[in-house]
Design a protein around this ligand. Structure first.
Ligand SMILES: Nc1ncnc2c1ncn2[C@@H]1O[C@H](COP(=O)(O)OP(=O)(O)OP(=O)(O)O)[C@@H](O)[C@H]1O
Ligand SMILES: [Mg+2]
Length: 388
């Protein structure tokens, strides 16, 4: 068991640029934690700092509250697997997995028990007698993972382990890793990926990174419903979140936003003297599935925030359909999601109903989410079905 804390960690490979820039986060012992972000944002570097291969130039890394800055990688009880790894070609799967234990001169019976146990957990028990060359890429990856895990480390670091494999196989391997995590509750998994779907499906919690910094962290639901930053809001979600430029104002004591002349009532904003003032330029973020289009034929009765614009057309989006539209007074094309199409002609006037608590407000300059945490990401309104 180990709880990992990074406290104001900085590290750069060159003097000019920090690869990890003032990162503070805690990974609970036994947690499945995903580091998500675009190429070059510092994900691998963060894993190297946890493993001890790299040391921070500033800040500290702690395991269970104790600094491991001076603890060598081999003494940290951490295992790591990469995208590219090597198995010993002349050894069987069994002897590939047993190797780290043989090195520790463990008794044969104990090695045998541990190898069979871990092979069972990763679903490769039937492959133990085979040699790597007869295995598929996915099977080889699972062997490499089992070999890293056979020592039962407190922390398991996985760096894009399946990115070389095709999508279907990746799905199956992800499910296997998730299951293994359940069977190894004492081990914290820290999993690196640039794939938002992978992050959403695997994680207990996610940290979204950009340029060496953490841009948002929380559960998949929290990051999706109430991301801390504009970057995270845009990085996660497909089709992308709608971002409507607007200006804040107050009317009759209620905070509102002027979107190209249409005035929307907003959810509670953070009480911060520096952000969210009247006249401030913001971006109103609304996930496509939170926008319900209506025209004369479909007009609903539920009370929601309303916007109007024009229907542009439809586009297929996975299992559903994207309804494309413009919003009166501002430029750009926005989208809503539906299971089926929408009965309208291109150019037809259309209105939209939006659940108030699904509206996110981002400060245009800093990208910070300035809508209050309560009222969204908690699921309370969604669970109660209450529309405001
Ligand atoms: N050995 C190195 N020498 C110099 N710069 C490096 C080195 N390794 C990484 N960097 C730089 O540090 C930054 C972070 O790199 P890192 O490998 O941690 O990113 P990443 O998020 O893992 O990217 P990817 O998704 O492409 O693997 C990048 O700007 C990268 O160019
Ligand atoms: Mg990397």
């Amino acid at each position: 068991m180990a709880e990992i804390t990074l406290s104001h960690v900085k590290m750069g490979y060159t003097r000019k640029k920090l690869a990890v820039d003032d990162v503070t986060l805690t990974i609970g012992s036994g947690e499945f934690f995903v580091l998500l972000g675009p190429s070059g944002c510092g994900k691998t570097t963060l894993l190297r700092l946890i493993s001890g291969i790299s040391v921070p130039s500033e800040g500290d890394v702690l395991f269970d509250g104790v600094s491991v800055k001076d603890t060598a990688p081999q003494d940290r009880n951490v295992a790591m697997v990469f995208q590219n790894f090597a198995l010993y070609p002349h050894r069987t799967v069994y002897r590939n997995i047993s190797y780290p234990l043989e090195c520790r001169k463990m008794p044969k019976e104990e090695i045998d028990r541990k190898v069979r146990e871990i092979a069972e957990i990763f679903g490769i028990a039937s492959l133990l007698d085979k040699r790597p060359r007869v295995l598929s890429g996915g099977q080889r990856q699972l062997v490499a993972i089992a070999r890293a895990m056979v020592r039962r480390p407190a922390v398991f670091l996985l760096d894009e382990p399946f990115s070389n494999l095709d999508a279907e196989l990746r799905d199956a391997l992800r499910a296997q890793v998730r299951k293994a995590h359940r069977l190894l509750p004492e081990t914290a998994f820290v999993y690196v990926t640039h794939d938002q779907n992978e992050a959403m499906s695997l994680s207990d919690r996610i940290a979204v990174m950009k340029d060496g910094r953490i841009m948002a962290q929380g559960s998949a639901a929290e990051i999706y419903e109430r991301p801390d930053s504009l970057f995270a809001a845009e990085f996660i979600g497909s089709p992308k979140i709608n971002l409507l430029p607007a200006v804040l104002l107050t009317e009759g004591g209620t905070r509102k936003a002027d979107v190209g002349g249409q005035v929307l009532e907003l959810p509670l904003l953070k009480e911060d003297p520096d952000v969210g003032k009247d006249g401030a330029e913001v971006l109103i973020g609304i996930r496509p599935e939170e926008i319900i289009p209506e025209n004369a034929a479909t007009a609903g009765t539920q009370e929601r925030i309303r916007l109007s614009g024009r229907f542009e057309g439809l586009a297929r989006a996975g299992a559903g359909v994207q309804i494309l539209f413009t919003v009166d007074g501002i430029s750009g094309t926005f989208s809503s999601l539906a299971t089926h199409g929408f009965p309208a002609e291109a150019g037809e006037r259309i209105h939209f109903g939006i659940r108030k608590s699904a509206v996110q407000v981002f400060d245009k300059d800093s990208g910070k989410n300035i809508s209050n945490k309560t009222g969204s990401a908690q699921g309370t309104e969604a669970a109660g079905g209450g529309l405001t």
